[in-house]
Ligand binder design. Structure first.
Ligand SMILES: [Fe+2]
Ligand SMILES: [Fe+2]
Length: 475
C-alpha cells in the first residue's frame, strides 16, 4: 500500500521530500491556493466542520476515510495510483514501447496543453458552485456539495503537481495562471465555455454533476490510457473520486423526480401551474434543464473533426475510452467513422478518417453512458405510474462547437428555420420564467434530517450514517 505522508506540509504518496526543488515550488504555490480558496471557495464554509472523506492512501481501504474536518484545513494532497511494472504503450505509433516517466521533448507543448485544459476545469467548477451552500436543500446535500468542492480542489493539485514536476518554469507559470483565471470573468475566463456558465440553483447543480462531471470522466479515462505514465496514474486516482460526484447528480435528480411524482399522484394532476403552486418542479421543466445541460456538455468534447485529436492519439498522449478493452489494431489508420453534417438543410452522415473523428468517438461514448442514467430516472417516473418520459435531446440540438454549431435543430433532430426555433425555444430550453421559478424554491434548509419541499430524502445516508446525522457542524 502506498500511504500518504501526513507529516509533511503537503500530503503525498510521491516521495515529495526527496525532491527539494519540487517541494519548495509546491510549498510556495500552496499559500496562493489557500488565498484562492478563501476568495473563490464555497461561501459560508470557513468555520464549518464537515463530515468529509479524505484520502489517506490510494487503496480501497484508505481513500475514503470519513470524519469531521474544517474545510479550510482539508489536506489537499498529491496521490498517484501505483505504477504498473513494465507498462507498455498500448496504442498509437509508439505501441509496444515502454511508457514514459518523463515528458518527451517533442510532445511537451501538447502534453502541457492537455494538462492545463484538464486542470482549468477543476477550480472552475468550485467557482461556479460557490454560492450554492447558501440555498442547500438539506444538510446532507450541503455536505455532498462541500465534498465535491474539496475534491475538485484536490484535482487541481493533481494537475499542478504534474506541471511543477515535469514542465519546469512554463509549468510553474501555468500553475499560477490556473489560480488567476475566473469562471465567467470577461477578461480572464476559464478555458472551456461550459465552465464559464453559471450554476445558479440546485437543479442546475445536480444536472451539472450528472452531465458535466460525467463528461469529465471521459477525458480522464482517455488520459488514464496515456503513454505519459504519471498522467495515467494521476487520472486513474481522480476517477475514483469522480464517481461520487456523478452519484450526487444522478441521485439528486432522482430525488427531485420522486418528490414531483409523489405530488402529482397526491394532487392527481399533471398541471404545471398546480404543481408549481405546490412547490415542486414539474417534469417539463426538468426536461428543459436536461436539454440545456446535455447540449452544453457535449460541446466540451470539441470539434467533430480534429487533427489535434488525431495527433494526441497517434503520439500516445491520449487514448480512447477503455482503449485497453478494445480489440481493434489500436492504430486506426485507414479506418473510418460517421459524423453528422448538414447538406441542403438536412442532417446527413459523412464518412471521415477515424483518427480525425476521435473527439466524436469520445462524445458518442459519453452520450451512450449518459442516456443510461436518463433511463434510470424514467424508472422512477414509471414506478409512480406516470405516463411521462425524459429524453436526451438529439446530438445536433443547441450546439455551439463543431460542424453542427449554430444550426437550429429540434430536440427530435429536425432541422428548423430561424422562426420555428424562436417560437419553440421556450419549450425546449429553460426560459427566464422557468429559472425564476426554480430560483424561488431555493431556500436554505439545513436542520439535521430536514429536507426542502421540492426534493425527497436520499435512500441512505453518507457512509451509512442515519438520516438526521449532523453532517455539517456550524461553529
Ligand atoms: Fe474533477
Ligand atoms: Fe468532479
Amino acid at each position: 500500500m502506498s500511504s500518504i505522508n501526513y507529516s509533511e506540509k503537503i500530503p503525498n504518496n510521491v516521495n515529495l521530500s526527496e525532491d527539494r526543488t519540487l517541494q519548495r515550488a509546491l510549498e510556495s504555490w500552496q499559500p496562493d491556493f489557500i488565498n484562492w480558496w478563501d476568495d473563490m471557495g464555497p461561501e459560508g464554509s470557513t468555520d464549518a466542520s464537515v463530515y468529509l472523506r479524505t484520502a489517506v492512501s490510494v487503496d480501497p481501504q484508505g481513500w475514503a476515510q470519513f470524519g469531521h474536518v474544517k474545510m479550510r484545513d482539508y489536506r489537499w494532497g498529491i496521490f498517484l495510483n501505483p505504477g504498473e511494472a513494465n507498462r507498455k504503450i498500448h496504442f498509437g505509433d509508439h505501441m509496444g514501447e515502454n511508457v514514459w516517466n518523463d515528458v518527451p521533448g517533442e510532445y511537451r507543448a501538447n502534453l502541457r496543453r492537455i494538462i492545463v485544459t484538464q486542470g482549468d476545469t477543476e477550480p472552475a467548477s468550485v467557482e461556479q458552485q460557490r454560492h450554492l451552500g447558501l440555498t442547500a436543500p438539506s444538510m446532507y446535500d450541503l455536505r455532498n456539495l462541500f465534498q465535491i468542492n474539496v475534491e475538485e480542489g484536490r484535482h487541481l493539485w493533481a494537475m499542478v503537481y504534474l506541471l511543477h514536476k515535469h514542465f519546469g518554469r512554463d509549468g510553474r507559470e501555468e500553475a499560477d495562471a490556473l489560480l488567476q483565471r475566473r469562471s465567467g470573468q470577461e477578461d480572464n475566463p476559464r478555458i472551456l465555455q461550459a465552465f464559464n456558465e453559471q450554476t445558479p440553483d440546485w437543479l442546475s447543480f445536480f444536472m451539472f454533476t450528472y452531465f458535466t462531471d460525467r463528461d469529465g470522466k471521459f477525458p480522464l479515462c482517455a488520459l488514464a490510457e496515456s503513454a505519459f505514465d504519471p498522467l495515467a496514474r494521476t487520472t486513474k486516482f481522480m476517477l475514483t473520486e469522480e464517481a461520487h460526484h456523478m452519484f450526487v447528480g444522478e441521485s439528486g435528480i432522482s430525488r427531485i423526480i420522486q418528490r414531483t411524482c409523489q405530488k402529482m399522484n397526491e394532487l392527481r394532476t399533471d398541471d404545471v401551474k398546480k404543481l408549481r403552486e405546490a412547490g415542486v418542479i414539474d417534469l417539463p421543466t426538468l426536461q428543459r434543464y436536461l436539454n440545456f445541460h446535455f447540449s452544453v456538455t457535449i460541446d466540451l468534447f470539441g470539434a467533430d473533426e480534429s487533427s489535434n485529436a488525431a495527433t494526441f492519439y497517434s503520439t500516445g498522449l491520449k487514448g480512447r475510452y477503455e482503449e485497453g478493452k478494445r480489440t481493434d489494431d489500436h492504430q486506426l489508420r485507414g479506418q473510418i467513422y460517421k459524423l453528422l453534417s448538414v447538406q441542403n438543410g438536412q442532417l446527413v452522415e459523412k464518412e471521415v478518417p477515424m483518427l480525425n473523428a476521435l473527439n466524436e468517438v469520445l462524445r458518442d461514448d459519453y452520450i451512450k453512458d449518459s442516456i443510461a442514467g436518463v433511463d434510470r430516472w424514467n424508472k422512477v417516473i414509471e414506478k409512480a405510474g406516470i405516463p411521462f418520459r425524459l429524453k436526451a435531446p438529439h446530438k445536433a440540438f443547441n450546439r455551439n462547437i463543431g460542424a453542427l454549431a449554430g444550426l437550429k435543430v429540434s430536440p427530435e433532430g429536425r432541422v428548423l428555420s430561424e422562426g420555428e426555433w424562436k417560437s419553440n425555444v421556450d419549450h425546449w430550453l429553460p426560459s427566464g420564467s422557468d429559472r425564476a421559478f426554480v430560483a424561488s424554491l431555493m431556500g436554505r434548509c439545513v436542520e439535521p434530517g430536514k429536507f426542502a419541499n421540492w426534493i425527497a430524502p436520499p435512500a441512505m445516508g453518507i457512509n451509512r450514517q442515519p438520516m438526521d446525522f449532523e453532517y455539517v457542524r456550524f461553529n
